[in-house]
Ligand binder design. Sequence first.
Ligand code: J2J
Length: 540
Amino acid sequence: VREHLAGCPPWPEDFARRYREAGYWRGETFGQLLRDRARDFGTHVALVAGTNRWTYAELDARVDRMAAGFHALGIRARDRVVVQLPNVAEFYEVIFALFRMGALPVFALPAHRASEIGYFCAFTEAVGYVIPDRFGGFDYRTLAEQVRAATPTLKHVLVLGDAGSFTALASVPCDPVALEGPAPADVAFFQLSGGSTGVPKLIPRTHDDYIYSLRASVDVCRFNRDTVYLCALPAAHNFPLSSPGVLGTFYAGGTAVMALHPSPDVAFPLIERERVTVTALVPPLTMVWLDSAQAKRHDLSSLQVLQVGGARLSDEAAARVRPTLGCALQQVFGMAEGLVNYTRLDDPEALIVTTQGRPMSDADELRVVDDDDVAVAPGETGHLLTRGPYTIRGYYNAETHNARSFTTDGFYRTGDLVRLTPEGCLVVEGRAKDQINRGGDKVAAEEVENHLLAHPSVSDAAVVAIPDKFLGERTCAVVIPRGEAPAASALNAFLRQRGLAAFKIPDRIEFVASFPQTGVGKVSKKALRDSLRQSLNPSS
Ligand code: J2J
């Protein structure tokens, strides 16, 4: 029996046994999964990205060569490698190579900067960091310089494109060698939590649990060999990775098409050319697509399903999808920690446009409870707790936080406020966690507050959501200045200079003399949000 990876809370043995015996966990690994697909339909195109068109056999062979190259560099099983790539074919070549050798990708987003990347590298003691040379007008090599100087464990910076003083990713692959793969119960990678605390939390997902979530997703979403999935959201995000996403497409033997940018001018020509059948978006992008599709400049007739999730889609926007795009809508309410809910393709339209679906697995356990963890009456709104065969039992190396985020019997506290409809569908009514959901991008209030507090002219700071027509929510930093209030632009420049991802930079900064308090003397964010709503929009 292999030692469990330290710092990753496992499922209790009785649960693990039950999940295996019931056939949820089938003892598969990602490395073997790709091998099996290459054997069964090697000549079928797995991946289309830019000028690359890789068949399953080609992807499999590339992965073997990349894994051998990583091994030759000295990367070993369980070593952590931070992967920060845009929507390119190499993203999958790299992560499957790491999967195959049992090394652990840490999924970063292209938007992350020195503050986040430095933290991921240090916290996971990463030995490798994989980046593009430039993307979206940003030079990732300068970021890598900074991170390498601050992270003693970091031995390899691998660059897609012009490597500068680092190692070119293209120089890594070499002749395949026999590698001992991981066990199905092993952690396969770290996904990122949207988070509500000062530093982002890392989510350990195992081969067993994640592959089960792919199989169940593929089943619910009816992916098969004819599926052509467009990956328009950032590839590393859990939604386009696994719900069913690109990995689900591979599971089903379909074709994944990568869009470097989710805008209609990039995505629509790809849909037309590749005859894309399904894709996934967050609500603000859905609105943009709906508006662009009305111009009918591209043939989108191949599109059968548009999945929307990551943030609450308004019922009004939901109702526009079928008439405007001529395809079905599927709402997806998921989380990188596990639980994913889908509306079903054959659900009545009324359910599809007004609910966020139901769990993908009959083994998902849900509780909707009040502040004291007591079940609310059926149909009432409460906190959503969940447990199941693909929902983690704890974050990586986060004992204190885990005690708060999980019940003693292992339910994850999602921080979401939901109600259950009589049909058993979930409606997301709000959020109890201290997080802003900026159109699907999650901003942990405390993380931004901590950065603001580092400024000499900031005495105290509270970051809250303000309503926004387009994004659903935007961030507002409410600041008590120390002495004279600094310019808002100076504070934002300060945050950028500290290396905070752009989507976490406050959309608005308000200066106040004091914060409203709760009964126990804490800042009342609810009162803050209410008073901001009043002052920003006095008519409401
Ligand atoms: C309201 N809130 C939603 C929805 C997520 C599939 C889809 C999404 C994610 C994801 C994911 C929502 N309506 N339809 O991982 O596999 C909010 C909730 C949730 C949090 C999780 C997937 N869909 N949310 O968004 O880890 O607050 O995952 O707890 O980024 O997003 O965020 P994240």
